[in-house]
Ligand binder design. Structure first.
Ligand code: DMJ
Length: 620
């Protein structure tokens, strides 16, 4: 019995040697547990622990950017099919020898000095231009406040439509303020805040996204509340991973726009501060940024689902307008240099049939999967080429050339007509056409119209016709549903003609692209049907998306029985309602000669060649 106790329990009842063995084990156990405690502490409490956590804990992979906030969790395009299990964590410290070589190659390229020279030359040429005014010093740029809107419209119907849109904005805002203030978005059925995975620990997406819409609509009290929140609560020092693209278009774009509209330095300082926080995302061998960045540690990585660790065309290709303006307002060319480098890399790459695949490795500089789309994953890259040209006051020839070349390749390879004669833009998978068009792709009607004027070799008329045809098709996708709202994606094969055939393509999450195109088409043509179609959309939104406490997306546009997704997307206030409001306004409000909308509908001023035109007023 005693022997048993001695050998088994280690309670000190054994002989001398047994006692020594037991105390060694005891010390060993204590050391081991101390080590485990230290490791765990490091994983959970050190600031740069995100990567380690990801390694040890089951990942909660952020969703595809565009639709991630939807609550439906749909991935758009090829992203959804990409191996969910192939987790990719390629930070600079993880690159192998071959890739390191690539990094050195790209690092040593003459691209950087060239870009620096171009950006600096541009800086100087503007600064030294005729009148000697320092136009790049934003304190010299004065933007006068917009007038009280609504007074100048002669047409009573149009005026009342605009008032209706303003009322919708107030309703969406009031409910956000009441139930979700300070969070990113409102859940209008749950009456609570919605945390989107796109913004890490960043808060207030709806507030920052709404600033300019509130201001433009003359909702002054609401704007003042939003400003106060920005001043006291908007904090970028968060330990969380954000989407570089989403934060740029919504937060940086929203702040810049608020600055340019109001001249309030607070917004400028905040925009620059956030821009600085995003810069580490560009520390890759090629200069193509990571999709995600931890704002505190500066560690970047790509989405796990994106072809072989690629960055996404529509993300890294949609930073140009904001970063150029960050250089404008800060006087520091480093922001513009980053996006110019992206441009250079893209420009010199070999393109299959002249098309830009949606995936590009930031490490090797090689294309990933050959999936081409003017909808999700590709869309706003093309938009930013033509808008960069326009925003540069038509001086950025490289952007212009790249846009028209890309457009030509798209037209040759992707634009098709359905059996009933509807024009659509298909997707391309390694040379095989997928005859579907996403809601996101419907922005392209407006883009085509915007670029028609400067098109080469008398293609202007043709591009305007194409723009009108695409707009008709997108309108048909709305018209052919029971709710008169359009699905996330619609098809042109297997007997389908501008309708969704799969259940997970039937949702509508308050997206703006179709009304965005109506707005541009109205401005370029003054054809009244675009205002009529915009009004149809307003009525459908009121009927099917308005709920007790805000607006919600719906899960099936072909079913009038309500099945809401319970998310009021921030882009509904930033874009959908703003574009509708502008559609029912006079052309002078944010006119295309002086303003370019970023892809989140935040107006940024054209950087005028002539410095005298730097004072931008509403009535120019
Ligand atoms: C917005 O955040 C932007 O318009 C982006 O370019 C695409 N997706 C959403 C709206 O649908």
């Amino acid at each position: 019995m005693i022997r048993k106790l001695c050998s088994g329990s280690g309670l000190g009842l054994g002989g001398r040697f047994g006692g020594v063995r037991l105390s060694r084990r005891f010390v060993f156990l204590i050391l081991l547990s101390a080590l485990v405690t230290v490791c765990f502490g490091a994983i959970f409490f050190l600031p740069d622990s995100v990567r380690i956590r990801r390694f040890f804990l089951l990942p909660s992979e952020p969703q595809r950017t565009d639709s991630a906030g939807s609550g439906l969790g749909m991935a758009v395009g090829a992203g959804s099919g990409a191996a969910a299990g192939s987790r990719y964590r390629q930070t600079e410290t993880h690159i192998g020898p071959a890739r390191r070589k690539q990094k050195e190659k790209f690092g040593k390229e003459s691209v950087s000095p060239q870009i620096r020279r171009e950006v600096t030359e541009r800086h100087h040429s503007l600064r030294d231009s005729e009148n000697g005014a320092e136009v790049l010093d934003a304190s010299n740029i004065r933007y006068q406040p917009l007038p009280e809107a609504g007074t100048e419209l002669a047409d009573q119907d149009v005026r009342s439509h605009r008032e209706k849109v303003k009322e919708m904005m107030k309703f969406a805002w009031d409910n956000y303020r009441q139930y979700a203030w300070g969070t990113n978005e409102l859940k209008p059925l749950s009456k609570s805040g919605h945390a989107s995975g796109l913004f890490g620990g960043l808060l207030g997406a709806t507030i920052v996204d709404s600033l300019d819409t509130l201001y433009i609509m003359g909702l002054q009290e609401e704007f003042a509340e939003a400003r106060e929140w920005v001043e006291n609560n908007l904090d970028f020092n968060v330990n969380g991973e954000v989407s570089v693209f989403e934060v740029t278009i919504r937060f940086v774009g929203g702040l810049l726009s608020a600055y340019y509209l109001t001249g309030d330095e607070l917004f400028k300082m905040k925009a620059i501060e956030l821009g600085e926080k995003l810069l580490p995302a560009f520390n890759t061998p090629t200069g193509i940024p990571w999709a995600l960045i931890n704002l505190r540690s500066g560690v970047g990585r790509n989405w796990g689902w994106a072809s072989g660790g690629s960055s996404i065309l529509a993300e890294f290709g949609t930073l140009h307008l904001e970063f150029v303006h960050l250089s404008e307002v800060s006087g520091d060319p480093k922001f513009a240099e980053k996006v110019m480098k992206i441009r250079k890399v893209l420009n010199r790459l070999e393109k299959p049939h002249g098309l830009y695949p949606n995936y590009l490795s930031p490490v090797t500089g090689h294309w990933g999967q050959h999936h081409v789309s003017i909808g999700g994953l590709g869309d706003s890259f093309y938009e930013y080429l033509i808008k960069t040209w326009l925003m540069s006051d038509k001086t950025d020839e490289e952007a212009k050339t790249m846009y028209y070349e890309a457009l030509q390749a798209i037209e040759t390879n992707l634009v098709r007509k359905s059996a009933s004669g509807l024009t659509y833009i298909a997707e391309w998978r390694g040379g095989i056409l997928d005859h579907k068009m996403g809601h996101l792709a419907c922005f392209s009607g407006g883009m085509l119209a915007m670029g028609a004027d400067d098109a080469p070799a008398d293609l202007s008329k043709h591009y305007m016709e194409l723009a009108a045809e695409i707009t008709i098709t997108c309108h048909e996708s709305y018209k052919r549903s029971a709710t008169r709202l359009g699905p996330e994606a619609f098809r042109f094969d297997g007997g389908a003609d501008a309708v969704a055939t799969r259940m997970n393509d039937k949702y509508y999450i308050l997206r703006p692209e179709v009304v965005e195109t109506y707005m541009h088409m109205w401005r370029f043509t003054h054809d009244p049907r675009y205002r009529e179609w915009g009004w149809e959309a307003v009525q459908a939104l009121e009927q099917h998306c308005r709920v007790d406490a805000g607006f919600s997306g719906i899960r099936d546009v072909y079913n009038t029985l309500p099945h809401h997704d319970d998310v009021q997307q921030s882009f509904f206030l930033a874009e959908t309602l703003k574009y509708l409001y502008v559609l029912f306004s006079e052309d002078e409000l944010l006119s295309p000669e002086h303003w370019v909308f970023n892809t989140e509908a935040h107006p940024l001023p054209v950087i005028q060649k002539n410095t005298q035109e730097q004072v931008i007023t509403h009535d120019q």
